[in-house]
Design a protein around this ligand. Structure first.
Ligand SMILES: Cc1cc2nc3c(=O)[nH]c(=O)nc-3n(C[C@H](O)[C@H](O)[C@H](O)COP(=O)(O)O)c2cc1C
Length: 421
């Protein structure tokens, strides 16, 4: 029997998704200065609670308040913010949609102005993006302490009332740095070959699993590849999937790329970009390896037909939606109940302002940075109790992003850079 978008899905741990549409992680940057979730975050999640999704994953929450991927990240170094985290999780009660917290450490992609410490990484290798700082290589003892932090964060998420956690092992952040032969040049227990490079992610999943009760979901967001010559390859990624399945994960979301090569935002020049969903071809090849562990695919899905076809063909069990969930916070209901055929995905383009941007070189890169910040603006509007503004102009985004992130706001990050494939 072929699956449908409105079919429920029960994960191995027993958590049931009422349908196959997932609101993927979107960094809200609505944390307070002390790292606690703000009231605006609660307002935003009330919108997604009522959005008809099968699963909602929070934006990345950092395990160390000294290392942020951007200003305004929520941080859970310990349980000091448990009351605020509990209020955040409570926005989903009562509802049948599970809420997972995405847990992250930015490693060498830490925001240079937001962090209070020199960035750390598997090796002292600078990311090849403008403004990146050379990180300090972690010691063995520090790595073990970080593994424990990830485990503790999962325990805190459970205590706060979330239904699961998602380890962010994609997009060039710390866990993905450990997987990458380009970023991880270690020759100890944590690097040197593919088996040792994946020891960090597996140790974290084990720590998370043992910190939570059996019915609590432990999911992972993983790159299909780094989209860089000599980087983390699809073959290695499939081996990581195999190992994650053996660790008993509940859901694997497939994405790809990093700040250096942001394939996840559709900038990839590979043939995959020609289709609506960028990573579907890879997902098809991991199905057999993943066995009973469902695969979610995020990146590029916009039409109901493409989503339905991917699920019906069994290419993925769950369809992830990122940018569309900023403009259509009730995308689940829109697609499944109101019968919307295509989710709007406006975004902004510099267009006539080309003359102004010569110093940035690559217009497409700049477009994608502004695209990301433009979507963040929409999240801030929702958090303030307003409606999204699909007509928002690029120069307003430049102004608001500079206020939020400082003068480095338009530097390449999650969505910038040039695909090298
Ligand atoms: C504003 C914004 C914030 C994002 N924050 C995160 C994040 O915190 N964690 C993550 O895994 N991906 C993050 N992403 C990537 C999305 O989850 C998703 O992979 C990407 O947008 C591609 O999917 P889409 O084509 O449906 O937008 C972010 C994307 C945007 C636009």
């Amino acid at each position: 029997m072929t699956a449908r978008l409105d079919d429920p899905l029960t994960l191995p741990c027993g958590v049931t998704l009422p349908n196959r549409l997932m609101k993927s992680a979107l960094s809200e940057t609505l944390g307070r200065a002390d790292g606690a979730p703000s009231r605006r975050l609660e307002t935003l999640y009330t919108r997604w609670r009522d959005g008809g999704f099968g699963l909602v994953v929070t934006g990345n929450v950092t395990v160390d308040h000294r290392h942020l991927s951007e200003p305004g990240n929520v941080a859970i170094a310990d349980d000091r913010h448990l009351p605020e985290l509990t209020r955040w999780a409570q926005t989903f009660r009562p509802t049948t949609t599970p809420l997972f917290m995405q847990i992250n450490h930015p490693g060498r992609q830490a925001h240079s102005l937001a962090g209070r410490s020199r960035p750390v990484a598997p090796s002292a290798v600078r990311a090849a993006v403008p403004g990146a700082v050379r990180p300090r290589a972690l010691t063995h003892t520090e790595i073990l302490a970080l593994v424990a932090r990830f485990g503790a964060a999962a325990g805190i998420a459970e205590a706060a009332g979330f239904d699961g956690v998602q380890l962010h092992a994609a997009h060039g952040y710390l866990v993905s740095q450990f997987l990458s032969p380009l970023a991880n040049r270690r020759a100890d227990d944590w690097g040197g070959d593919a088996t040792r490079r994946r020891r960090f992610i597996l140790a974290i999943v084990r720590a998370m699993r043992s910190a939570v009760r059996p019915g609590f979901a432990v999911a992972v967001k993983l790159n299909s590849a780094d989209f860089q010559r000599g980087g983390f390859s699809e073959d290695e990624s499939r081996e990581v999937v195999r190992a994650l399945v053996a660790e008993g994960v509940d859901l694997i979301e497939v994405s790809g790329g990093s700040y250096e090569s942001p394939a996840m935002m559709g900038t990839v020049a590979a043939s995959t970009a020609a289709r609506e969903a960028y990573f579907l071809a890879y997902a098809r090849t991991v199905r057999a390896v993943a066995g009973a562990v469902p695969i979610a695919v995020t990146g590029g899905f916009r039409t109901r037909a493409a989503m339905a076809e991917a699920v019906a063909a069994g290419d993925c069990a769950v369809v992830g939606l990122g940018r569309p969930a900023c403009l259509t916070p009730d995308a689940g209901t829109a697609l499944l109940v109101r019968g919307l055929e295509r989710l709007p995905s406006s975004g902004v383009r510099w267009g006539g302002a080309r003359g102004l941007v010569g110093r940035f070189g690559d217009l497409r890169s700049l477009d994608s940075v502004i695209d990301l910040q433009w979507h963040t603006d929409q999240l801030h509007r929702l958090g303030a109790g307003k409606e999204p503004d699909p007509a928002r102009r690029w120069w307003r985004t430049v102004a608001s992003a500079t206020l939020r992130m400082g003068p480095g706001a338009l530097q390449p990050k999650r969505s910038a850079g040039r695909s090298r494939r």
